[in-house]
Ligand binder design. Structure first.
Ligand code: HEM
Length: 522
C-alpha cells in the first residue's frame, strides 16, 4: 500500500506534460523544427505563459484524446476530415536559452527563478552536476565524446547559438505553417523578441528551420519508411500509466514514465530509473518536474553509398543485397525482424499492410545461450541501440524522427533523417546508445564479441574527419548466425570495411522540454 502510494505520488501529470512525450507522439504527416534566438529576454519571459492556452503548445492529455478519436473506426471520409484538422506544437530550450529566460525573469525584478542554472551554483540544485551533457551543449559534447564531426562541418544553422526550438507537427504543410505563424506571433517575432538563426533582414525563416514529411509522397516512403528503404517507427518503448494497460502487458520493452519524463522517485532521485547515471539526478531543480530532454540531430543519409556497400559485399554470408541490408539493420525492409526469418513482404509493396508492430518488436527476451540474438547479427543497428538484455535495458529512448529531402531515385541530393528522441537523462539515453554504436564491441563489458561499429550510425575518429570507416571498425557479418552460441565462435566472414560512412551528422542540439506548469510559472 505504501509502495502504491509512492508510485502514485511519482506519477506524471498528463495535463502538464507536453504532448509529443509518449510512444505515439504527435499524429503527423508533416513537421517543421523552427530554431530561434531570444533577443529580448524580459519580453520573452513575459510571453511564455501565453503559450499555455490550449491553442499554442499541446498537452499530453489533449494528444491522447486526439489518438482516441483517430483510433475510432470511422469511415474513410470522416477519418480524412479528422486528420486534416490536426496540428500540435512543442517548445524546448537549450541550456543557453534557459539562461536567457533566467536573465529575463531577473530583469523583470522577479528574482532568481530557474535555480540550479548558475555557473557557480553551490546549493542543493545544479544542472551542471545533474545533467552534464545538457549543460555542455551538443557543440562541445558531440565532437569531444561521440566522434561527431567538428562544428565547422555542421550546417550553418547548427553552428549558431540556438536558444530554442518549436516543433510543429500536423496533417499537412498548411496546418503546420499556420500553427507556427501563431506561435511566432505569440512569442513576439514581429517585434524582434525572438529572431531567426541566422537573423536576416528582411526576416525570412527559411534558413532557421528544417522540414520533414512522412506523408505518402512516393512508393518508397509509404508506411513511414526512412530513406534507405526500411520501415521505421516500430520498436518504441511503451509507458506505464500513459500507454494502454493491455499494450503494456504484452510489451517486453516497456519503460516506466521516469525513463522519458522527469518525475521525482521516492522523494530522492529525479528522473531516470537507473540509479547510476553519470550525473546526480537528485540535484535536479523542482522546475524540471514533468519535463524531458529532447535530442535533435540532422543526419544526412547517403543512399547511393549504402546501396553500393550492399552490392559490393552481397556475398558476405548472404544470398543477395537485401539479406545483407537486413543483417545490417536487424530487420528486413518491411520491418520483419531478421530473427523471425524471411520477410513477410520481401518486395515491400507500398500498399502492403504494415506488419504486426507488437509481435515484430518482441523478440523473446534473451535468457538462454540460444536466444534471439543468435539469429540477429550482434552488430545490427537495432541490437546496438537496444541490446535486449536486462542489464542494459534502462537506456531506452522515445524516438520521434521524420525523414527530410526527396526520396532517392538516382540523384544524390541531400536527404536524411531529422532524428529526435526524448529521455529523462541524455547521458543514460541518447549518449549511451551513440556510444554503443561507436564501439567495436557489443554493449558494455562484452569485449569478447566485437562485431564492429553500428553500420548505420557508428562514428569514429576517421569519420569525424570526413574519412572512411576503417577495416577494423566496420561491421562483421557472420555466415550463419542460426543456432550459434551468441558469445562463442561463429563462422565469420570478412568485415565490410573500409567503406564510406552511410550517415553524416550535420548538426543538432540538446534541449529541455519544460512542463506546461513551468511555462506558466515563468
Ligand atoms: C530502430 C533507422 C539513427 C536508435 C531503427 C529502425 C530503423 C532505423 C529502420 C528499425 C525500425 C524500428 O524499430 O522502429 C535509422 C536511421 C538512422 C537512425 C536510418 C540515421 C539516419 C538512430 C540514432 C539512434 C537510433 C542516432 C540513437 C542513438 C534506434 C533505436 C531503435 C532504432 C533505439 C529501436 C531498436 C529496437 O528497440 O529494436 N532505426 N536510425 N537510431 N534506432 Fe535508428
Amino acid at each position: 500500500m505504501r509502495l502504491f502510494r509512492a508510485l502514485r505520488a511519482a506519477a506524471p501529470n498528463l495535463s502538464e506534460i507536453q504532448g509529443d512525450l509518449f510512444s505515439r507522439g504527435f499524429p503527423k504527416f508533416y513537421e517543421t523544427y523552427y530554431f530561434f534566438s531570444i533577443q529580448r529576454p524580459g519580453d520573452f519571459s513575459k510571453a511564455l505563459p501565453k503559450l499555455v492556452d490550449g491553442k499554442h503548445i499541446s498537452s499530453l492529455a489533449a494528444v491522447l484524446g486526439q489518438w482516441k478519436d483517430l483510433d475510432k473506426p470511422l469511415n474513410e471520409s470522416t477519418k480524412e476530415k479528422t486528420v486534416t484538422q490536426l496540428s500540435n506544437a512543442l517548445i524546448g530550450f537549450s541550456v543557453f536559452g534557459l539562461k536567457e529566460i533566467e536573465r529575463g525573469i531577473q530583469s523583470l525584478g522577479k528574482g532568481p527563478a530557474l535555480v540550479g542554472l548558475g555557473e557557480t551554483e553551490s546549493g542543493k540544485y545544479s544542472l551542471e552536476k545533474s545533467d552534464p551533457a545538457f549543460y555542455t551543449g551538443m557543440k562541445k559534447d558531440g565532437p569531444k565524446s561521440l566522434f561527431d564531426p567538428p562544428v565547422t562541418r555542421w550546417d550553418p544553422l547548427f553552428q549558431a547559438n540556438i536558444h530554442g526550438v518549436l516543433k510543429v507537427a500536423g496533417s499537412d504543410k498548411d496546418q503546420v505553417e499556420s500553427r507556427l505563424k501563431q506561435l511566432k506571433e505569440a512569442l513576439g517575432y514581429d517585434s524582434g523578441v525572438i529572431v531567426d538563426i541566422p537573423a536576416r533582414s528582411p526576416p525570412t525563416d527559411a534558413l532557421s528551420r528544417v522540414d520533414g514529411a512522412a506523408e505518402k509522397r512516393s512508393e518508397r516512403l509509404a508506411w513511414g519508411r526512412e530513406h534507405f528503404g526500411f520501415r521505421d517507427g516500430i520498436s518504441q518503448p511503451l509507458m506505464r500509466d500513459i500507454d494502454s494497460d493491455d499494450a503494456c502487458k504484452t510489451n517486453n520493452f516497456m519503460v516506466t514514465p521516469q525513463d522519458a519524463i522527469i518525475v521525482p522517485q521516492d522523494g530522492k532521485a529525479w528522473g531516470h530509473t537507473s540509479d547510476t547515471p553519470p550525473g546526480d539526478p537528485s540535484r535536479r531543480p523542482p522546475w524540471m518536474k514533468d519535463g524531458s530532454f529532447l535530442v535533435f540531430r540532422k543526419l544526412e543519409q547517403h543512399v547511393k553509398r549504402f546501396n553500393t556497400l550492399l552490392e559490393k559485399h552481397k556475398s558476405v554470408g548472404c544470398k543477395d543485397p537485401e539479406q545483407l541490408a537486413a543483417k545490417l539493420m536487424g530487420r528486413w525492409k518491411d520491418g520483419t525482424p531478421i530473427a523471425d526469418g524471411e520477410p513477410r513482404n520481401p518486395v515491400e509493396p507500398a500498399n502492403s499492410a504494415p506488419v504486426n508492430l507488437l509481435a515484430s518488436n518482441n523478440f523473446p527476451a534473451p535468457s538462454t545461450k540460444k536466444d534471439s540474438r543468435t539469429v540477429c547479427s550482434p552488430g545490427a543497428h537495432i541490437l546496438k541501440t537496444n541490446p535486449r538484455t536486462p542489464a542494459w535495458s534502462s537506456s531506452r529512448i522515445l524516438r520521434h524522427g521524420i525523414p527530410y529531402g526527396t526520396p532517392f531515385i538516382d540523384k544524390d541530393e541531400p536527404r536524411g533523417l531529422l532524428f529526435a528522441c526524448y529521455q529523462s537523462s541524455i547521458d543514460m539515453g541518447f549518449r549511451k546508445l551513440q556510444q554503443w554504436a561507436n564501439s567495436r564491441t557489443f554493449g558494455e563489458g562484452a569485449s569478447s564479441l566485437a562485431p564492429g561499429i553500428d553500420p548505420i550510425i557508428g562514428q569514429s575518429k576517421e569519420t569525424a574527419e570526413g574519412g572512411q570507416v576503417k577495416k577494423e571498425d566496420a561491421m562483421r557479418v557472420w555466415k550463419d548466425d542460426k543456432g550459434a552460441d551468441f558469445w562463442g565462435k561463429r563462422t565469420e566472414e570478412e568485415g565490410l570495411g573500409p567503406h564510406e560512412p552511410v550517415v553524416t551528422m550535420k548538426g543538432g542540439e540538446y534541449f529541455f522540454v519544460p512542463s506546461l506548469a513551468a511555462l506558466r510559472g515563468v
